[in-house]
Design a protein around this ligand. Structure first.
Ligand code: YSA
Length: 334
């Protein structure tokens, strides 16, 4: 490159940097960028005019102008960054004190139903039961038929059902209990079986202090050779001891569920009043045969409990409707 061309590149750089140093606001910077680095700016027009130079000077002149363009682009980026930094600092002059400690975000916590379920599941996991989960939107055959509750069985009236699709072949519903997971598990697995299955259930209920239309249940199932009623009682006493302590009174009473024989309900003393927390029993031979188990070889027990009712007894909550009303005054106590 000729001496005069090199001198004029240096002058251009000096002039550009002086004018950049004088630009303070974002709009002044943008004007500078358009003047020097824009498509029709000084550098682009100098680069275009390189073609008019003698052939031997073109290469060096072009490279020198491109290096200058890079230096000016970097200088512009730095100036723009400085300008936005000082804008941030200015905003602190508008009343934000950046020296104050930050505000702690509200992290929330586990829902009391979830807390109770985790605690109950841990008790059963410790006794060798494996946790499995199943669908909330269920087929009629799993929720009722394969549990020995055919369509016209009066026991269906006790679980007034919310239907998703009543017309299709498979008839789809919101599960009314977690018991379908007994059948789904046994269909896939040969004995020995020991599972607990938590989840939401839905019934078309007239709500009151101990009944919601949406609630959780935890199902339990143990099937093997030689499982007896005393295994059922021993397991559930151990559960009650771990959840309520050794002093709380527990009551087993005969009850009827079509999928067990015999059946029981289990209640817990609440200041002199019995509150039912679960149904249970020895799995009915028809349910075992329905999934292909040999009922002369295998026996089992099953239970289904309501964690909200158990949390009520545990924490003295007088009304189950608090659980799903989303009132932070209630939820933040846990
Ligand atoms: C019975 C025998 C078995 O081998 C296995 C499971 C069962 C339980 C059966 N599937 C069942 O659902 N029985 S139940 O209607 O009595 O409900 C069991 C528990 O769920 C109740 O003890 C209660 O704790 C809870 N529950 C039932 N309906 C409820 C409810 N919790 C709140 N609101 C409701 N509407």
């Amino acid at each position: 490159m000729s001496e005069s061309a090199s001198a004029s590149t240096q002058e251009l750089e000096r002039a550009a940097l002086d004018s950049l140093a004088a630009a303070e606001s974002e709009s002044e910077l943008e004007e500078w960028r358009i003047e020097y680095l824009g498509r029709r700016g000084v550098l682009s027009s100098r680069l275009r005019s390189v073609g008019a130079l003698p052939v031997e000077e073109r290469r060096e002149a072009g490279a020198s102008l491109n290096r200058l363009k890079n230096r000016l682009s970097n200088a512009f980026d730095e100036a723009a960054e400085r300008a936005s930094g000082s804008a941030d600092r200015r905003s602190t002059d508008d009343g934000i004190d950046i020296t104050l400690p930050g505000r702690r975000p509200n992290l929330g916590g586990l829902h009391p139903s979830e807390m109770m379920m985790r605690e109950i599941l841990e008790v059963f996991n410790d006794m060798g039961f494996q946790t499995v989960e199943g669908p909330i939107v269920e087929l009629e055959k799993y929720n009722f038929d394969m549990l020995n509750v055919p369509p016209d069985h009066p026991a269906r009236d006790l679980q007034d059902t919310l239907w998703i699709d009543r017309e299709s072949k498979d008839r789809v519903l919101l599960r009314t209990q977690t018991s379908p997971m007994q059948v789904r598990t046994m269909e896939k697995q040969r004995p020995p079986v020991r599972i607990v299955s938590p989840g939401l259930c839905f019934r078309h209920e007239a709500t009151d202090a101990t009944h919601e239309w949406q609630f959780h249940q935890i199902e339990g199932l143990a099937v093997d050779e030689g499982v007896t009623m005393s295994d059922l009682k021993g397991t559930l006493y151990e559960f009650a001891r771990r959840i309520f302590g050794t002093q709380r009174k527990i009551r087993f009473r005969c009850d009827y569920f079509p999928f067990v024989e015999p059946g029981v309900d289990v209640s817990v003393d609440w200041d002199g009043r019995w509150v039912e927390i679960m149904g249970a029993g020895m799995v009915h031979p028809k349910v075992l045969e329905g999934v292909g188990y040999d009922s002369s070889k295998y026996t089992g027990f099953a239970f289904g409990m309501g964690p909200e009712r158990i949390a009520m007894l545990r924490y003295n909550i007088e009304d189950i409707r608090h659980f799903f009303s989303n009132d932070l005054r209630f939820l933040s106590q846990f």
